[in-house]
Structures are given as structure tokens and as C-alpha cells.
Design a protein around this ligand. Structure first.
Ligand code: FAD
Length: 106
């Protein structure tokens, strides 16, 4: 079975980075494809308890693919739900661009 921690770090890196560079004004095609990507995770993510937990939280909080700021925040909140359930620190969602796009200020 995959290493759930390494898989998680790699997947969060991909998802947060993709959200950080998602357009502020996505085309209908970009929105539809982002929705497909996110909706595929509860079906395909190769950690079954992670996948089913994500599927439950996505029912309560459907993805917001309207633009990169909203999407980055939505993803940060879902990641924080996982952090909380694992007893990890809650991430400050105002720091998402700094972590995944811009780097620390000089
Ligand atoms: P990670 O949680 O992997 O975070 C990587 C980096 O992201 C951090 O170092 C930090 O810089 C940054 N970061 C942290 N929180 C946020 C945030 N809220 N927003 C933006 N950036 C942030 N593991 C389980 O054991 N059970 C589960 O149910 C589970 N579900 C998961 C569901 C998904 C969709 C994914 C992608 C992973 C899941 N994992 C689950 C794995 C888990 O979330 C972690 O990836 C893993 O435990 C490794 O944790 P880490 O401490 O190295 O940092």
C-alpha cells in the first residue's frame, strides 16, 4: 500500500500549487476541469479512508472553483479539517499564497 504520509504531502503540494496558479477568472472549461479533478479524489485517491472522509466533507462544503482566491481558501479549509482530525497544527489560510506561490516576504 502507498505511504499515506508521503502521498499526502505530495498531493497537498500538487493541489495547493494548482489552486495558487488557477486563474482569478477561470473559463467555464477551466472550472469544469477543476471540478472534475476535485470530484475524482473521493473516488480515486489511493488511501480509502482519506478518500471517504474527503467525500463526506465535500458534501457539506462543495468546492468553490469560481477563482483562485476562493479555491485556495476552500482547499486550505479542507486541509485544516484533516489537520484537525490528525491533531496537527491549524494552518493560517491568509498565508496560502506565501506558502504556495510567492514565498516569504523579504
Ligand atoms: P501535510 O499535512 O501533508 O502538509 C504539507 C504542507 O502543507 C505543510 O508542511 C504546510 O506547509 C502546508 N499546509 C498545512 N496545512 C495547510 C493548509 N490548511 N493549507 C495550505 N497549506 C497547508 N492522512 C490520514 O492519516 N488520514 C486522513 O484521513 C487523511 N486524509 C487526507 C486527505 C487528502 C485529500 C490528502 C491530500 C491527504 C490526507 N491525509 C490523511 C494525509 C495528511 O493530510 C498529511 O499529508 C500527512 O499526514 C503528512 O502530513 P505533514 O505533517 O507532513 O504535512
Amino acid at each position: 500500500p502507498p505511504d499515506v504520509e508521503q502521498l499526502g504531502r505530495a498531493t497537498w503540494t500538487f493541489l495547493h500549487t494548482t489552486a495558487a496558479y488557477y486563474p482569478e477568472r477561470p473559463t467555464p472549461n477551466q472550472r469544469a476541469n477543476m471540478l472534475n479533478l476535485l470530484h475524482s479524489l473521493p473516488i480515486l485517491y489511493p488511501c480509502s479512508h482519506c478518500a471517504s472522509h474527503l467525500g463526506e466533507t465535500m458534501k457539506t462544503n462543495p468546492p468553490d472553483v469560481s477563482g483562485r482566491i476562493a479555491l485556495s481558501r476552500w482547499l486550505c479549509e479542507r486541509h485544516n479539517e484533516v489537520n484537525e482530525s490528525l491533531g496537527k497544527k491549524i494552518f493560517d489560510c491568509t498565508k496560502t499564497d506565501e506558502r504556495w506561490k510567492d514565498g516569504p516576504p523579504d
